[in-house]
Design a protein. Structure first.
Length: 359
Protein backbone atom coordinates (compact mmCIF):
# COMPACT_ATOMS: atom_id res chain seq x y z
CA UNK A 1 0.00 0.00 0.00
CA UNK A 2 2.89 2.37 0.72
CA UNK A 3 4.25 1.77 -2.79
CA UNK A 4 0.81 2.55 -4.23
CA UNK A 5 0.68 5.85 -2.31
CA UNK A 6 4.25 6.66 -3.31
CA UNK A 7 3.28 6.20 -6.97
CA UNK A 8 0.68 8.98 -6.75
CA UNK A 9 2.58 11.52 -4.69
CA UNK A 10 3.20 13.66 -7.80
CA UNK A 11 -0.52 13.63 -8.59
CA UNK A 12 -1.30 15.02 -5.13
CA UNK A 13 1.18 17.86 -5.70
CA UNK A 14 -0.32 18.57 -9.14
CA UNK A 15 -3.84 18.72 -7.67
CA UNK A 16 -2.74 21.19 -4.97
CA UNK A 17 -0.89 23.43 -7.46
CA UNK A 18 -3.70 23.34 -10.04
CA UNK A 19 -6.30 24.07 -7.38
CA UNK A 20 -4.34 27.05 -6.07
CA UNK A 21 -3.77 28.47 -9.56
CA UNK A 22 -7.38 27.99 -10.65
CA UNK A 23 -8.86 29.56 -7.53
CA UNK A 24 -6.40 32.46 -7.76
CA UNK A 25 -7.16 32.94 -11.46
CA UNK A 26 -10.93 32.94 -10.90
CA UNK A 27 -10.72 35.37 -7.99
CA UNK A 28 -8.37 37.77 -9.79
CA UNK A 29 -10.66 37.94 -12.82
CA UNK A 30 -13.64 38.80 -10.64
CA UNK A 31 -14.47 41.19 -7.85
CA UNK A 32 -13.10 39.36 -4.82
CA UNK A 33 -15.16 41.44 -2.39
CA UNK A 34 -18.43 40.66 -4.18
CA UNK A 35 -17.60 36.95 -4.33
CA UNK A 36 -16.65 36.88 -0.65
CA UNK A 37 -19.80 38.82 0.25
CA UNK A 38 -21.99 36.32 -1.58
CA UNK A 39 -20.33 33.37 0.13
CA UNK A 40 -20.69 35.00 3.56
CA UNK A 41 -24.43 35.38 3.01
CA UNK A 42 -25.07 31.70 2.31
CA UNK A 43 -27.95 29.99 4.02
CA UNK A 44 -26.45 27.26 6.27
CA UNK A 45 -29.65 25.20 5.98
CA UNK A 46 -28.82 24.36 2.37
CA UNK A 47 -25.32 23.30 3.33
CA UNK A 48 -26.84 20.64 5.53
CA UNK A 49 -28.68 19.38 2.44
CA UNK A 50 -25.43 19.49 0.43
CA UNK A 51 -23.60 17.36 3.00
CA UNK A 52 -26.57 15.00 3.14
CA UNK A 53 -26.41 14.56 -0.67
CA UNK A 54 -22.67 13.92 -0.47
CA UNK A 55 -23.17 11.34 2.25
CA UNK A 56 -25.90 9.54 0.29
CA UNK A 57 -23.70 9.58 -2.81
CA UNK A 58 -20.80 7.85 -1.06
CA UNK A 59 -22.92 5.64 1.19
CA UNK A 60 -25.02 4.13 -1.62
CA UNK A 61 -21.94 3.14 -3.59
CA UNK A 62 -20.73 1.48 -0.41
CA UNK A 63 -24.07 -0.36 -0.36
CA UNK A 64 -23.51 -1.52 -3.95
CA UNK A 65 -20.00 -2.78 -3.14
CA UNK A 66 -21.38 -4.54 -0.06
CA UNK A 67 -24.28 -6.35 -1.79
CA UNK A 68 -21.93 -7.52 -4.55
CA UNK A 69 -19.14 -8.48 -2.15
CA UNK A 70 -21.33 -10.53 0.20
CA UNK A 71 -22.20 -12.84 -2.71
CA UNK A 72 -18.50 -13.53 -3.29
CA UNK A 73 -16.66 -13.28 0.00
CA UNK A 74 -17.26 -13.24 3.75
CA UNK A 75 -16.20 -10.63 6.24
CA UNK A 76 -16.92 -7.44 4.25
CA UNK A 77 -19.28 -5.29 6.33
CA UNK A 78 -21.47 -2.42 5.12
CA UNK A 79 -19.46 0.02 7.21
CA UNK A 80 -16.23 -1.37 5.80
CA UNK A 81 -17.52 -1.07 2.23
CA UNK A 82 -18.56 2.54 2.89
CA UNK A 83 -15.12 3.42 4.25
CA UNK A 84 -13.33 1.72 1.37
CA UNK A 85 -15.46 3.67 -1.08
CA UNK A 86 -14.74 6.96 0.68
CA UNK A 87 -11.00 6.23 0.53
CA UNK A 88 -11.46 5.33 -3.15
CA UNK A 89 -12.73 8.87 -3.82
CA UNK A 90 -9.30 10.16 -2.83
CA UNK A 91 -7.58 8.18 -5.58
CA UNK A 92 -10.32 8.99 -8.09
CA UNK A 93 -9.81 12.68 -7.33
CA UNK A 94 -6.04 12.74 -7.85
CA UNK A 95 -5.85 10.69 -11.06
CA UNK A 96 -6.84 11.52 -14.66
CA UNK A 97 -10.18 10.00 -15.73
CA UNK A 98 -10.67 8.83 -12.08
CA UNK A 99 -8.47 5.86 -12.96
CA UNK A 100 -6.84 5.32 -9.57
CA UNK A 101 -9.86 4.17 -7.57
CA UNK A 102 -10.31 0.64 -8.93
CA UNK A 103 -6.60 -0.34 -8.65
CA UNK A 104 -6.63 0.90 -5.06
CA UNK A 105 -9.67 -1.25 -4.24
CA UNK A 106 -8.04 -4.35 -5.71
CA UNK A 107 -4.83 -3.73 -3.77
CA UNK A 108 -6.76 -3.08 -0.55
CA UNK A 109 -8.91 -6.22 -0.84
CA UNK A 110 -5.81 -8.24 -1.69
CA UNK A 111 -4.11 -6.87 1.44
CA UNK A 112 -7.14 -8.13 3.40
CA UNK A 113 -6.65 -11.66 2.01
CA UNK A 114 -9.21 -11.54 -0.83
CA UNK A 115 -8.06 -13.09 -4.09
CA UNK A 116 -7.53 -10.72 -6.97
CA UNK A 117 -10.09 -12.53 -9.15
CA UNK A 118 -12.78 -12.10 -6.47
CA UNK A 119 -11.89 -8.45 -5.82
CA UNK A 120 -11.85 -7.76 -9.56
CA UNK A 121 -15.30 -9.26 -10.12
CA UNK A 122 -16.76 -7.10 -7.31
CA UNK A 123 -15.16 -3.94 -8.64
CA UNK A 124 -16.01 -4.64 -12.28
CA UNK A 125 -19.72 -5.20 -11.63
CA UNK A 126 -19.82 -2.01 -9.53
CA UNK A 127 -18.06 -0.15 -12.36
CA UNK A 128 -20.37 -1.50 -15.08
CA UNK A 129 -23.60 -0.85 -13.17
CA UNK A 130 -22.40 2.68 -12.41
CA UNK A 131 -21.70 3.29 -16.10
CA UNK A 132 -25.11 1.93 -17.07
CA UNK A 133 -26.82 4.29 -14.60
CA UNK A 134 -24.70 7.24 -15.77
CA UNK A 135 -25.38 6.56 -19.46
CA UNK A 136 -29.12 6.18 -18.78
CA UNK A 137 -29.24 9.56 -17.02
CA UNK A 138 -27.14 11.13 -19.75
CA UNK A 139 -29.38 9.75 -22.49
CA UNK A 140 -32.53 11.08 -20.81
CA UNK A 141 -30.96 14.52 -20.39
CA UNK A 142 -29.76 14.61 -24.00
CA UNK A 143 -33.24 13.72 -25.27
CA UNK A 144 -35.01 16.46 -23.34
CA UNK A 145 -32.40 19.17 -22.74
CA UNK A 146 -29.68 18.85 -25.38
CA UNK A 147 -30.91 21.72 -27.58
CA UNK A 148 -31.08 24.14 -24.62
CA UNK A 149 -27.54 23.53 -23.33
CA UNK A 150 -25.99 22.97 -26.75
CA UNK A 151 -27.19 26.46 -27.73
CA UNK A 152 -25.32 27.89 -24.73
CA UNK A 153 -22.13 26.05 -25.77
CA UNK A 154 -22.45 27.03 -29.44
CA UNK A 155 -22.80 30.70 -28.48
CA UNK A 156 -19.48 30.39 -26.64
CA UNK A 157 -17.80 28.73 -29.62
CA UNK A 158 -17.93 25.12 -28.41
CA UNK A 159 -19.62 22.44 -30.48
CA UNK A 160 -20.27 18.77 -29.88
CA UNK A 161 -18.80 18.76 -26.34
CA UNK A 162 -21.83 17.02 -24.92
CA UNK A 163 -22.07 14.46 -27.73
CA UNK A 164 -18.35 13.63 -27.52
CA UNK A 165 -18.53 13.17 -23.75
CA UNK A 166 -21.66 11.03 -23.97
CA UNK A 167 -20.12 8.96 -26.79
CA UNK A 168 -17.01 8.28 -24.71
CA UNK A 169 -19.11 7.09 -21.77
CA UNK A 170 -21.19 4.81 -24.00
CA UNK A 171 -17.99 3.42 -25.53
CA UNK A 172 -16.47 2.73 -22.09
CA UNK A 173 -19.65 0.98 -20.97
CA UNK A 174 -19.72 -1.26 -24.05
CA UNK A 175 -16.01 -2.09 -23.74
CA UNK A 176 -16.37 -2.96 -20.05
CA UNK A 177 -19.24 -5.31 -20.98
CA UNK A 178 -17.07 -7.06 -23.55
CA UNK A 179 -14.11 -7.28 -21.19
CA UNK A 180 -16.29 -8.76 -18.47
CA UNK A 181 -18.49 -11.21 -20.32
CA UNK A 182 -16.96 -12.03 -23.71
CA UNK A 183 -14.44 -14.84 -23.80
CA UNK A 184 -14.10 -14.28 -27.57
CA UNK A 185 -13.04 -10.70 -26.95
CA UNK A 186 -10.34 -11.83 -24.53
CA UNK A 187 -9.32 -14.51 -27.02
CA UNK A 188 -8.86 -11.79 -29.63
CA UNK A 189 -6.86 -9.59 -27.24
CA UNK A 190 -4.62 -12.29 -25.78
CA UNK A 191 -4.28 -15.13 -28.27
CA UNK A 192 -4.28 -12.98 -31.40
CA UNK A 193 -3.16 -9.41 -30.71
CA UNK A 194 -1.03 -10.06 -27.60
CA UNK A 195 0.80 -13.06 -29.09
CA UNK A 196 1.61 -11.12 -32.26
CA UNK A 197 2.75 -8.00 -30.44
CA UNK A 198 5.14 -9.83 -28.09
CA UNK A 199 6.87 -11.31 -31.15
CA UNK A 200 7.88 -7.91 -32.45
CA UNK A 201 11.70 -7.59 -32.31
CA UNK A 202 11.53 -4.45 -30.18
CA UNK A 203 9.24 -6.20 -27.66
CA UNK A 204 10.78 -9.70 -27.71
CA UNK A 205 13.62 -8.75 -25.37
CA UNK A 206 11.11 -8.40 -22.51
CA UNK A 207 10.28 -12.15 -22.77
CA UNK A 208 6.57 -11.48 -22.38
CA UNK A 209 5.62 -14.81 -23.95
CA UNK A 210 6.17 -16.38 -20.53
CA UNK A 211 3.24 -14.37 -19.19
CA UNK A 212 0.82 -15.22 -22.00
CA UNK A 213 -0.27 -18.55 -20.49
CA UNK A 214 -0.57 -17.02 -17.01
CA UNK A 215 -2.79 -14.25 -18.33
CA UNK A 216 -4.92 -16.71 -20.30
CA UNK A 217 -5.41 -18.94 -17.23
CA UNK A 218 -6.21 -15.91 -15.06
CA UNK A 219 -8.85 -14.77 -17.55
CA UNK A 220 -10.48 -18.23 -17.63
CA UNK A 221 -10.58 -18.37 -13.84
CA UNK A 222 -11.91 -14.82 -13.64
CA UNK A 223 -14.72 -15.56 -16.10
CA UNK A 224 -15.72 -18.69 -14.22
CA UNK A 225 -15.97 -16.63 -11.03
CA UNK A 226 -18.19 -14.10 -12.80
CA UNK A 227 -20.61 -16.72 -14.13
CA UNK A 228 -22.53 -16.82 -10.85
CA UNK A 229 -22.74 -13.06 -10.43
CA UNK A 230 -23.68 -12.19 -14.00
CA UNK A 231 -26.80 -14.41 -13.79
CA UNK A 232 -28.04 -12.63 -10.67
CA UNK A 233 -30.54 -10.23 -12.27
CA UNK A 234 -31.73 -8.94 -8.91
CA UNK A 235 -28.17 -7.92 -8.01
CA UNK A 236 -27.76 -6.02 -11.26
CA UNK A 237 -31.13 -4.29 -10.93
CA UNK A 238 -30.48 -3.26 -7.32
CA UNK A 239 -27.02 -1.97 -8.16
CA UNK A 240 -28.24 0.14 -11.08
CA UNK A 241 -31.11 1.60 -9.02
CA UNK A 242 -28.77 2.50 -6.15
CA UNK A 243 -26.38 4.16 -8.60
CA UNK A 244 -29.23 6.12 -10.21
CA UNK A 245 -30.37 7.42 -6.82
CA UNK A 246 -26.87 8.39 -5.71
CA UNK A 247 -26.11 10.13 -9.01
CA UNK A 248 -29.32 12.18 -8.85
CA UNK A 249 -28.46 13.19 -5.28
CA UNK A 250 -24.97 14.23 -6.34
CA UNK A 251 -26.24 16.30 -9.27
CA UNK A 252 -28.69 18.10 -7.00
CA UNK A 253 -25.76 19.67 -5.14
CA UNK A 254 -25.33 22.64 -7.55
CA UNK A 255 -29.06 23.36 -7.16
CA UNK A 256 -28.70 23.60 -3.38
CA UNK A 257 -25.55 25.71 -3.75
CA UNK A 258 -27.34 28.26 -5.94
CA UNK A 259 -30.25 28.28 -3.49
CA UNK A 260 -27.82 28.76 -0.58
CA UNK A 261 -26.41 31.82 -2.37
CA UNK A 262 -29.88 33.31 -2.65
CA UNK A 263 -30.31 32.71 -6.37
CA UNK A 264 -33.89 32.60 -7.65
CA UNK A 265 -33.97 29.13 -9.20
CA UNK A 266 -37.70 28.96 -9.76
CA UNK A 267 -38.48 27.19 -13.05
CA UNK A 268 -34.76 26.39 -13.42
CA UNK A 269 -34.52 23.48 -10.97
CA UNK A 270 -34.45 20.83 -13.70
CA UNK A 271 -32.04 22.87 -15.85
CA UNK A 272 -29.55 23.11 -12.98
CA UNK A 273 -29.65 19.38 -12.23
CA UNK A 274 -29.34 18.51 -15.93
CA UNK A 275 -26.53 21.06 -16.28
CA UNK A 276 -24.64 19.28 -13.48
CA UNK A 277 -25.04 15.97 -15.35
CA UNK A 278 -23.72 17.56 -18.55
CA UNK A 279 -20.73 18.96 -16.62
CA UNK A 280 -19.94 15.39 -15.48
CA UNK A 281 -20.32 14.08 -19.04
CA UNK A 282 -17.77 16.56 -20.39
CA UNK A 283 -15.45 16.09 -17.39
CA UNK A 284 -15.15 12.40 -18.24
CA UNK A 285 -12.62 13.08 -20.99
CA UNK A 286 -10.59 15.92 -19.46
CA UNK A 287 -7.10 14.37 -19.01
CA UNK A 288 -6.10 16.06 -15.75
CA UNK A 289 -6.43 14.87 -12.14
CA UNK A 290 -10.03 15.50 -11.14
CA UNK A 291 -10.59 17.10 -14.58
CA UNK A 292 -9.06 20.27 -13.08
CA UNK A 293 -9.41 23.20 -15.41
CA UNK A 294 -11.99 21.58 -17.63
CA UNK A 295 -14.49 21.06 -14.81
CA UNK A 296 -14.44 24.70 -13.78
CA UNK A 297 -14.64 25.91 -17.36
CA UNK A 298 -17.59 23.77 -18.39
CA UNK A 299 -19.42 24.59 -15.13
CA UNK A 300 -19.04 28.30 -15.85
CA UNK A 301 -20.24 27.90 -19.44
CA UNK A 302 -23.28 25.75 -18.71
CA UNK A 303 -24.43 27.84 -15.76
CA UNK A 304 -23.73 31.20 -17.38
CA UNK A 305 -27.49 31.83 -17.39
CA UNK A 306 -27.11 32.39 -13.62
CA UNK A 307 -24.48 35.10 -13.96
CA UNK A 308 -25.19 36.77 -10.62
CA UNK A 309 -23.99 33.80 -8.56
CA UNK A 310 -22.12 31.53 -10.99
CA UNK A 311 -18.61 32.39 -9.70
CA UNK A 312 -19.23 31.84 -5.96
CA UNK A 313 -21.32 28.77 -6.88
CA UNK A 314 -18.43 27.40 -8.94
CA UNK A 315 -15.98 27.85 -6.05
CA UNK A 316 -18.33 26.24 -3.53
CA UNK A 317 -19.28 23.41 -5.92
CA UNK A 318 -15.65 22.54 -6.63
CA UNK A 319 -14.72 22.66 -2.96
CA UNK A 320 -17.60 20.51 -1.72
CA UNK A 321 -17.60 17.93 -4.53
CA UNK A 322 -13.84 17.64 -5.08
CA UNK A 323 -11.44 19.07 -2.50
CA UNK A 324 -13.60 18.00 0.42
CA UNK A 325 -13.56 14.47 -1.01
CA UNK A 326 -9.77 14.56 -1.12
CA UNK A 327 -9.59 15.59 2.55
CA UNK A 328 -12.11 13.06 3.87
CA UNK A 329 -10.87 10.35 1.51
CA UNK A 330 -7.29 10.77 2.70
CA UNK A 331 -8.29 10.70 6.38
CA UNK A 332 -10.33 7.53 5.79
CA UNK A 333 -7.44 5.98 3.86
CA UNK A 334 -5.16 6.38 6.87
CA UNK A 335 -7.69 4.78 9.23
CA UNK A 336 -8.79 1.79 7.11
CA UNK A 337 -8.59 -1.71 8.57
CA UNK A 338 -5.49 -3.30 7.07
CA UNK A 339 -4.95 -5.86 9.84
CA UNK A 340 -7.94 -8.21 9.81
CA UNK A 341 -7.13 -10.88 7.24
CA UNK A 342 -10.13 -12.54 5.57
CA UNK A 343 -8.22 -15.34 3.87
CA UNK A 344 -9.00 -18.05 6.45
CA UNK A 345 -12.76 -17.52 6.43
CA UNK A 346 -12.98 -17.42 2.62
CA UNK A 347 -10.53 -20.01 1.33
CA UNK A 348 -10.02 -23.54 2.63
CA UNK A 349 -6.48 -23.79 1.28
CA UNK A 350 -3.99 -22.21 3.65
CA UNK A 351 -0.92 -23.10 1.64
CA UNK A 352 0.52 -19.85 0.32
CA UNK A 353 1.39 -21.47 -3.01
CA UNK A 354 -2.23 -22.51 -3.51
CA UNK A 355 -3.42 -18.99 -2.82
CA UNK A 356 -1.35 -17.22 -5.45
CA UNK A 357 -3.56 -14.59 -7.00
CA UNK A 358 -4.01 -13.79 -10.66
CA UNK A 359 -0.80 -12.02 -11.46
Amino acid sequence: MREFMHKYRKNILIVIILGFILYLFILLRNDVNKVASKIKQINPYYFLLIFLMLFIYVFLEGVVIYIIAKRKVKGITLGGAFRVNLATQFFNAITPFSSGGQPFQIIYFKARGIKVRDASSIILINFITYNIAFVLLGAICLIFKYSYFNQILVQEGYKYLLLIGFGINVFMTVISFFLTFSRKFYHLLIEVIWIKVIRWPIIRRFKLERKADNIKNAVEEFHSELNVLKKDKKLWFQSIIYHLIRLICFYMIPLFIFMALGENVRYNEVNIIVGAIFVAIVMSYVPTPGASGGAEGIFYLLFSFLKRTVIPALLLWRFTTYYLYIIFGFITLLTLNYKTNLKKINYRCQNEEDLIDDK
